[in-house]
Design a protein around this ligand. Structure first.
Ligand SMILES: [Mg+2]
Length: 209
């Protein structure tokens, strides 16, 4: 690591983290759905059509996971239980250990928040399973706020709720469109590729453990 004895103070006061594709695998994206739909022998086209129509409501917190499953899986009798299907959904969430390690190292030194799109039930499962509530002070998640990335409104709302000026905040996200949206409201933003690259990009902004 390159550190000079005198370092200019970082302009960054707070870090906003995407979760799916950064700290953990995606929660219920295309790849996860494909695995589970195949495992349970569902018709992929029928499932996809039904999913597409209703998933924005799920992620905006206007629909429960039960209601979502009623429309996408259990609109007809199935040979498997709802609990088994939900367990398979949850099993798709795996950690990026290096990214979680970096998060833990930065915790305590930096104010950090989640800014992510997720349903209430999966978000709760992921927060609990991967102990995200320790390092992340609050969850500005689409299911709680009723608005989702890349709508610039969710970034402005998160900044207001955290009490941070956009120029003093950095958004970490794996999707370019979400990164661009963060920059459009004046935030700094880093597109996540892997933990080592993120660490380097954060150090350039004066953010280190
Ligand atoms: Mg993501």
């Amino acid at each position: 690591m390159n550190s000079s004895p005198i370092r200019a103070p970082s302009p960054i006061h707070a870090l906003f983290w995407d979760i799916g594709g950064v700290l953990l695998s995606n929660g219920w994206d295309r790849d996860q759905r494909r695995v589970v739909v195949t495992e349970f022998g569902l018709d992929p086209d029928d499932f996809q059509e039904r999913h597409k129509l209703i998933v924005p409501e799920l992620e905006m917190g206007r629909l429960t996971l039960d209601d979502y499953l009623n429309q996408t899986v259990f609109m007809r009798p199935q040979s498997f239980s709802r609990d088994a299907f939900v367990a398979a959904m949850e099993a798709q969430s795996v950690p990026d250990d290096a990214a979680l390690n970096l998060l833990q190292h930065l915790a305590g030194r930096w104010r950090m928040y989640a800014l992510n799109n997720e349903s209430r039930e999966l978000n709760a499962h992921r927060r609990r399973t991967f102990s995200l509530d320790g390092p992340l002070l609050a969850f500005f998640t689409s299911c709680y706020l009723g608005v989702a990335k890349p709508n610039p409104a969710i970034y402005r709302l998160a900044l207001d709720l955290a009490g941070v000026q956009p120029g003093h905040a950095v958004m970490i996200d794996d999707r370019l469109q979400n990164v661009e949206a963060a920059r459009s409201v004046g935030m700094q933003a880093v597109q996540f590729v892997n933990a080592a690259q993120l660490q380097t990009d954060l150090e350039r902004l004066g953010v280190s453990a």
